[in-house]
Design a protein around this ligand. Structure first.
Ligand code: SAH
Length: 506
């Protein structure tokens, strides 16, 4: 039986501008065929088992010719596959969606079109330029700036186009900017008309150049403005100062490496992206089952009713503990009369997922604060269980024991170096300008240095943003120079500290 091809608009750049329908088909794709403009993060919506085929398509670098792409679509659909053909922007706006759907039709294969947010509208919007506006433009046109070079004559009616439409948006026009602007002026568009180029619109590295039709080609050449960009002509460009919203975000233009575990990174990444940063997730640590085995934790779980307190020092600890409890066929009720303490609000929130409220959560989030918050609740006769990572510091159990408590520390999980990311990290440091690295634990700092094989002196240009003083001390001891530390030891506090640092820089 034949499969189906979904010609899907990937949106203009930011992967979150994919449509719900686009996501739905990606989630059940057998094959994803994508090109240069589609954000690779979209591939994460597809099942891990889906085949992902890059077919290129930068102006001059066609990894696969259009004919070959069409052959591939047909071949995969004939194999009975669900094929998602992911295209930047909208598939029918200079996306060759027409050719592909026609070929599928001729081959008698089923297909559907899923529109996307085109860069012709999305990129100007993210630059604070509306393509229409009641005061400035009641029409707009989207025009190719890259005519087929084999065509003898222009298929663009410059004489009609230049003045007929209020806003003109050219795609693929960076290279031909001098001839486009000449044609416009030659056909009656005043050289003083506001004009703008928006490169990598909607992405964290969006760049905007504002000038006039008369001088933008020269200005673009002077600053080596490169594709991909949309070129916008019209009075709407003058509205930008009052409508700018994206490239004025506090962390806009900043590249931040997020080193948390794969499961925990998105929380921080989303927050930083919301503030305008470009985030690269490179987990330097990974959570594994305890290397010493579960014996100690299993013994404690079998004896849970005899504990007065169970103390959780991380969300990983909470998850590891309850996973093990479930493994034994038990649930939260096994905690019986034990009171619960959580090191911070995130850990307390993790407990609520199991229907539990922490009895004690300190105001500041480190082991010393947790011990201090517990002190008024302890008489010195308590039995206390701390299920946590093998590598954790001993200050909490030591303090509690000094006060007379019987403390069982059990390995619930292990934090190990994410060695699989060593190459990625080295490559990032070599190729990208990383402004900030976020570190949310001492082990993340150590793993970062060991995986990157960098000397502290190689990292002088990078600011290490630490979740709290313990992590900051580890950075200092490692010889790192630029360190900023969150005031509140939470993810929100960390984002705030990076924002404050950025504001001070400017
Ligand atoms: N189907 C796409 C357009 C494909 S043609 C769409 O609807 O957006 C490729 C051109 O689109 C590029 O040369 C550039 O002009 C424009 N483009 C695509 N993504 C862009 C982006 N994020 N920022 C600016 N221009 C972009």
């Amino acid at each position: 039986m034949n499969g189906i091809v979904y010609l899907t608009g990937a949106g203009p750049g930011d992967y979150r501008l994919l449509t719900l329908r686009g996501r739905e088909v990606l989630e059940r794709a057998d094959v994803v065929i994508y090109d240069y403009l589609a954000d690779p993060r979209l591939l994460e919506f597809a099942p891990p088992t889906a085949e992902k085929i890059y077919v290129g398509k930068k102006a001059a670098d066609h990894t696969l010719s259009q004919d070959k792409i069409i052959d591939l679509l047909i071949a995969k659909a004939k194999e009975g596959k669900i094929v998602v053909r992911l295209k930047g922007g909208d598939p029918f706006v200079f996306g060759r969606g027409g050719e592909e759907s026609r070929a599928l039709h001729d081959a008698g294969l089923p297909f559907e079109i899923i529109p996307g947010v085109t860069s012709a509208i999305g990129a100007p919007a993210y630059a604070g330029i509306p393509v229409t506006d009641r005061t400035a433009a009641s029409s707009f046109a989207v025009v190719t700036g890259h005519e087929d070079p084999t065509k003898g004559q222009s298929s663009i009616h410059w004489d009609k186009l230049a003045t007929a439409v209020d806003t003109l948006v050219f795609l693929m026009g960076v290279h031909n900017l001098p001839s486009i602007t000449q044609q416009l002026v030659a056909h009656g568009r005043p050289a003083t008309t506001p004009a703008a180029l928006v490169r990598w619109g909607t992405k964290a590295d969006q760049e905007t150049l504002v000038a006039t039709v008369g001088d933008i080609a020269e200005k673009a050449a002077a600053c080596h403005f490169k594709a991909p960009a949309v070129f916008i002509v019209g009075d709407v460009v003058a509205l930008r100062p009052s409508m700018q919203w994206f490239d004025t975000k506090p962390l806009f233009g900043l590249t931040i490496a997020v080193t948390r575990t794969h499961a925990q990174a998105p929380d921080l990444t989303h927050r930083l992206e919301e503030l305008g940063a470009r985030c690269l997730e490179v987990p330097t640590i990974r959570i594994t089952p305890p290397t010493d085995g579960y014996q100690a934790l299993d013994t404690a779980i079998a004896d849970l009713e005899h504990y007065d307190w169970v103390i959780f020092t991380s969300t990983n600890g909470v998850d590891a503990f309850f996973r093990r409890l479930q493994h034994h066929g038990r649930d939260s009720r096994a905690l019986g009369r034990a009171k619960l303490a959580a090191i911070g609000s995130a850990t307390a929130k993790a407990l609520t997922a199991y229907g539990l409220q922490a009895d004690v959560v300190p105001g500041a989030y480190c082991a010393e604060d947790l011990a201090a918050a517990l002190e008024p609740h302890l008489s010195g006769k308590e039995r206390i269980l701390i299920p946590r990572a093998k590598e954790a510091r001993s200050v909490l159990p030591d303090t509690l024991r000094r006060w007379g408590a019987v403390v069982d520390v059990c390995q619930a999980y292990c934090t190990v170096e994410a060695s699989e990311n060593g190459a990625v990290l080295k490559d990032l440091l070599a190729r990208q300008t990383i402004d900030v690295v976020t570190v949310t634990s001492s082990s993340a700092v150590r793993s970062f240095l060991s995986l990157s094989q960098a000397q502290a002196s190689d990292l002088d240009d990078i600011t290490f943003a630490c979740i709290g003083p313990i992590t900051a001390r580890t950075c200092q001891e490692a010889g790192l120079k630029k360190i900023v530390t969150a005031q509140t030891y939470t993810i929100a506090g960390l984002a705030e500290c990076i924002t404050d640092w950025r504001i001070k820089q400017s």
